[in-house]
Design a protein around this ligand. Structure first.
Ligand code: TRP
Ligand code: SF4
Length: 362
């Protein structure tokens, strides 16, 4: 069982082999101008994404849904989602961005006022600063708790969902509160909303998420089937990205400051954090010169791959020079830290104006 409300480590191979998630690399060649995240295997899996590629390539009739649950601070790993959303918006997709305040209330016990403030100050402001135009006509943002169509749809969908099914998927037990039990239904409704008549009727929809969200995706696809005759739903597609490794080697987590570079860190702090990150370097200099480093298990290299280098050949060179022992970790870290600092300086410049825009959105 995958528990969307627990943090655990992930075996990506197993997910592809046992849970019916398909390999993204098999369909990569069909996508026009794929994102670096796609080419580099950061987005590693999908369900039914092949079916929507023609629509994306033709820039028409598709939608993207991804929610944000206001729970804590955003870290640099969250940038991955924003990069994907920008790409889909450029490709002519409609974006639907629910703010999951019913989830943060039902599953985390956060009150609605606090959730709204966090959504504006932390999530929306950073999304804008990262370059996503949330004022675009193709973007819909709403708070679950204040959006009647989504709440109506969730209730309607709940008619064909029973407790045993949710218990089997999420491990709910007799003392789980009903609000928590109801949370997945609201998310299913978020994902199916672009297909109801009010939003233009049935269409291809993709949900770009981390694998922790897959239980919700499977439930959504089942319910889309059960309500097909009534709404004409097309089962939504999904893509799955790897989680960013934390600075200490485990998963990057908002609630563990030692592991994360927060988007609200200052450029100086971000730079310093890169310098403190775990590398794939050897015990001694001699050894590294002789054997080379291990970029595949290096947090610093991962930052370059996920966030800091667009040019594939530049990246390739670093990979090779690390492996053949001509690039050493000290130099490599300095270069990466400098790139990170520059990235944060640019982000910083946009913070104030982004926050002003964010305040007008909800
Ligand atoms: N459950 C998601 C999270 O924890 C947030 C979310 C709400 C969501 N609605 C969604 C994600 C719809 C994808 C699609 O972050
Ligand atoms: Fe990582 Fe760079 Fe060291 Fe290679 S040289 S292990 S990529 S920090």
């Amino acid at each position: 069982m995958i528990d969307p409300w627990a943090s655990s480590s992930v075996d990506y191979e197993k997910l592809v082999n046992q849970f019916g998630i398909k390999k993204f690399s098999d369909i990569l060649d069909d996508i026009e101008e794929p994102l670096p995240l796609m080419k580099r295997g950061v987005i590693f899996g999908h369900r039914d994404f092949d079916k929507m590629i023609p629509f994306i390539n033709n820039h028409k009739d598709f939608a993207v849904v991804t929610g944000m649950m206001p729970s804590g601070k955003m870290h640099i790993g969250h940038k991955m989602v924003v990069d994907q959303l920008k790409w889909y918006l450029d490709k002519g997709g409609k974006l639907s961005l629910p703010i999951a305040d019913m989830e943060s209330y039902g599953a985390r016990g956060m009150d609605f006022t606090q959730a709204k403030e966090l959504a504006i100050n932390e999530y929306l402001a950073n999304y804008i600063a990262l370059g996503l135009d949330l004022t675009d006509d193709n973007v819909l943002i709403y708070l679950q708790s204040q959006h009647t169509p989504v709440k109506d749809l969730a209730f309607e969908l709940s008619k064909k969902t029973n407790f045993n099914e949710l218990k089997a998927i999420y491990g709910f037990n007799p003392s789980t509160s009903i609000s928590h039990v109801y949370v997945p239904l609201v998310q299913v409704a978020d994902i199916l909303l672009p297909q109801i008549e009010e939003y233009g009727g049935p269409k291809h929809v993709v949900v770009p998420v981390g694998v922790d969200q897959d239980p919700h995706i499977r439930l959504t696809r089942d319910l889309a089937d059960r309500f097909k005759s009534q709404f004409g739903f097309i089962p939504p597609a999904s893509t799955y990205h790897r989680f960013l490794t934390g600075l200490t080697g485990g998963k990057m987590s908002s609630s563990e400051p030692k592991t994360a570079i927060y988007l609200n860190d200052s450029p100086k702090i971000a730079e310093k954090k890169v310098k403190s990150a775990k590398t794939g370097g050897r015990e001694s200099l001699e050894e590294q010169k002789k054997l080379g480093g291990c970029p595949d298990s290096c947090v610093v290299y991962e930052m370059l791959v996920y966030h800091l280098i667009d040019d594939d050949s530049e990246l390739q060179k670093i990979y090779e020079n690390c492996k053949n022992g001509t690039l050493l970790c000290g130099e490599c870290k300095l270069m990466t830290a400098e790139k990170m600092k520059n990235f944060f300086e640019k982000l910083d410049e946009k913070k104030e104006s982004s926050l002003e825009i964010a305040k007008t959105l909800l």
